[in-house]
Design a protein around this ligand. Structure first.
Ligand SMILES: [Zn+2]
Length: 436
């Protein structure tokens, strides 16, 4: 009699534990409440076409196999799904729209939802909150990724409309990149009349220390890092540093989007040296942003990619021990990087974009209680930024498809356990009755 009751107790405990386990596994995994302040600042960095393997190739080249790049060393490491609204392979327009507005759309659309609505971008939300805003890129500033934060256009190729909206509506304080050719003289004049300092080379950029800036350093995309005139044309890190210094003068905080735009172009061409040097230039810009976030507790840094391009894979290397170092000139380090990149053997699976997940690295106090290695969706990135700006909890749900096998096994076991339990209860009741 007593042993039967004990057995029942054990079974009930086992059942309760299993149920708690099942429920617990379906709860949101992480959350954090940011501290209250009105100078909340976001630096979002997007490596266009930068998958995990591009990052690994850059790591091999810049710091060696067993050391991390700056971005890899940050607090939080996640993976991001990049598919567009049709569940197809995304382009930069649909992906940047997902990140900027939280809504997945068709390829080619610039911050325009599938139903045609122009949802507010995170940059526009920051602007409404009185924050300073900036966009920095190595492509033309009319290109899909930067455009998706500042404008709303049905087709990414409509550069006239994108330029018009940048000049007339966007109200972005710092604009640095390429794309001079797509501005008319009148449009440049309109912007300088509107208070923008205009720069087309590095020395002009250096001399600007406050106010609004329009810096256009190339007719179209900026030159690849491999070909960049190191004196006249600013690097992505230099542009990022300048943007941060200007935007930080606003006491209400700022939103800055920085794009390493040409990792994608080199990867389309399956050009490993180009892809590697562009990724390293991006990581050097990350270092600038990290330095800022390190000393400004109300700021966050998010680094991700819009999609992966080329599907590269390292298949071997003949790397020597000579690494780029801070004591050498920029030119000497570039020569070392090119030599090292050539010592790595890479195969490519395509000349287009892939479905591969992309990395997300993040830094800042707001992420302290969030666990790494989750899989999130690109629309979640908007959610993180929007919640941070509104001082709401940052909640990340792991979107890794759940392996149901253990659950099925558990359910199958539960059937005989439950039958036995009922049988025991009935039998115990009967024996008690009979005794009476
Ligand atoms: Zn591309």
């Amino acid at each position: 009699m007593i042993s039967k009751l004990k057995l029942q107790t054990i079974l009930i405990i086992a059942l309760t534990v299993s149920l708690v386990f099942i429920i617990d596994n379906n709860l949101p995994s992480n959350s954090h409440q940011p501290t209250s302040s009105d100078d909340l600042t976001i630096i979002l960095m997007i490596g266009d076409g930068m998958g995990f393997e591009q990052v690994r190739m850059a790591r091999y080249t810049e710091v060696g196999k067993n050391t991390n790049l700056t971005m890899e060393n940050l607090l939080l490491n996640l993976s991001v799904m990049t598919h567009n609204v049709n569940l197809g392979i995304t382009d930069s327009a649909a992906a940047a729209t997902a990140i900027a507005t939280g809504i997945k759309t068709y390829n080619g659309r610039i911050a325009v939802a599938p139903n045609g609505s122009a949802n507010k971008t995170i940059l526009e939300i920051a602007l409404e909150m009185g924050k300073a805003t900036g966009v920095v890129t190595t492509t033309s500033i009319q290109h899909a990724t930067p455009a998706s934060f500042m404008t709303h256009v049905y087709s990414r190729s409509n550069y006239d409309e994108i330029t018009k909206q940048i000049v007339e509506n966007a109200d972005v304080d710092v604009l640095l990149g390429g794309g001079l050719n797509y501005f008319s003289e009148e449009q440049i004049t309109a912007m300088t009349n509107d208070g923008y300092s205009f720069a087309t080379n590095n020395s002009a950029l250096s001399s600007i220390t406050s106010g609004r800036i329009l810096g256009l350093f190339s007719d179209s995309h900026m030159p690849y890092e491999q070909e960049r005139n190191l004196t006249n044309t600013p690097s992505l890190a230099e542009m990022t540093n300048k943007a941060i210094n200007i935007l930080d003068q606003n006491s209400s905080g700022f939103f800055l989007m920085v794009e390493g735009g040409r990792i994608d172009h080199a990867s389309h061409d399956n050009e490993k040296v180009g892809a590697i040097l562009e990724t390293i230039a991006f990581d050097l810009a990350v270092k600038e942003a990290k330095n800022y976030v390190e000393t400004h507790e109300n700021s966050i840094l998010i680094i991700t990619a819009d999609h992966e391009t080329g599907g590269p894979k390292i298949i071997g290397d003949l790397l020597d021990g000579i690494l780029p170092v801070s004591g050498l000139t920029e030119d000497q380090n570039r020569t070392i990087r090119i030599a090292r990149a050539n010592q790595i053997d890479v195969t490519w699976s395509t000349g287009g974009h892939t479905r591969n997940h992309v990395p997300l690295y993040a830094y800042g106090e707001a992420f302290e209680n969030i666990t790494s290695n989750l899989l999130i969706d690109n629309t979640d990135i908007f959610g993180i930024m929007n919640n941070f700006l509104h001082e709401e909890e940052i909640i990340l749900i792991d979107r890794t498809p759940v392996n149901m096998l253990p659950y099925y096994t558990l359910y199958i076991l539960l059937v005989p356990i439950t039958i036995t339990l009922i049988y025991l209860i009935v039998k115990t009741k009967r024996s008690i009755k009979l005794r009476k």
